[in-house]
Ligand binder design. Structure first.
Ligand code: ADP
Length: 223
């Protein structure tokens, strides 16, 4: 069972839940976590997967970048973390995630595709607790395996056109990879213990990887 952390105790769930109109049956809702290092292709695959399975795509990174661009209070709060390649604090990140779900109940009906969340064990725990209350557990975690050299190459290449300042600086990229190993990779054990962790080869063509992801999702749907 879920071990309550100080972090989860402090969160005001009731406030989030009061607004929530999500009533979805377990069997119907597909909650998929796309997992993998920065530059492993989660965003690219997410766009294709959300179309195919009518899922609501939530990228915490995209949300933070949108807020920074709009110069909102949240954007001002998180910009220093993104620019340093560090993680935004868990409390802030979960609130952003919960708000995105609560504000888009209809879009979430078929399920949610998580891209860049969770990135720490406390984020996964709080998510499990939240989903347990709403009876919509995580269905599966699909992990894209890509080696370090390849992700570094991909991110620096993306930096030339993406306009993302965190993609342009090799030191920041290396920091993001370090943060991934130290704080995010332990989630593979967390979800393996729940028998939800599936590893896939993230090197190959976009279509090949999409096909292998699709196979796993189809297997889940037909279960
Ligand atoms: P990438 O996967 O290429 O690193 P993202 O767009 O997913 O890029 O994330 C960009 C940045 O946004 C991260 O480096 C981090 O600062 C912040 N961020 C995104 N998701 C989370 C999260 N779940 N927890 C904390 N910080 C996050």
């Amino acid at each position: 069972m879920f071990a309550e952390t100080n972090f989860s105790k402090n969160l005001n769930f009731r406030k989030v839940e009061k607004k929530s109109k999500i009533k979805i049956q377990n069997s119907v809702m597909l909650n998929i976590i796309l997992f993998g290092p920065p530059g492993s292709g989660k965003g690219t695959q997410a766009i294709k997967l959300k179309e195919k399975y009518s899922l609501f795509h939530i990228s915490t990174g995209d949300i933070f970048r949108r807020e920074i661009k709009g110069n909102t209070p949240l954007g001002q709060e998180v910009t220093k973390y993104l620019n340093a390649g560090k993680l935004v604090p868990d409390e802030v990140t979960f609130k952003v995630l919960a708000a995105e779900i609560v504000n888009n109940p209809e879009q979430c009906e078929a399920g949610i595709l998580f891209d860049g969340y969770p990135r720490t064990i406390p984020q996964a725990e709080i998510m499990d607790q939240y989903f347990e209350k709403n009876k919509t557990p995580v269905s599966v975690v699909l992990s894209l395996n890509v080696n370090d050299e390849e992700v570094l190459k991909r991110i620096l290449l993306r930096g030339k056109t993406s306009g993302r300042s965190d993609d342009n600086d090799e030191n920041i990229v290396r920091e993001r990879l370090k943060v991934y190993k130290n704080q995010t990779l332990p989630l593979s054990e967390y979800y393996s213990n729940q028998k939800k962790f599936i590893e896939l080869n993230g090197e190959g063509s976009v279509e090949e990887i999409f096909a292998s992801l699709g196979k796993e999702v189809d297997a889940l749907v037909s279960r």
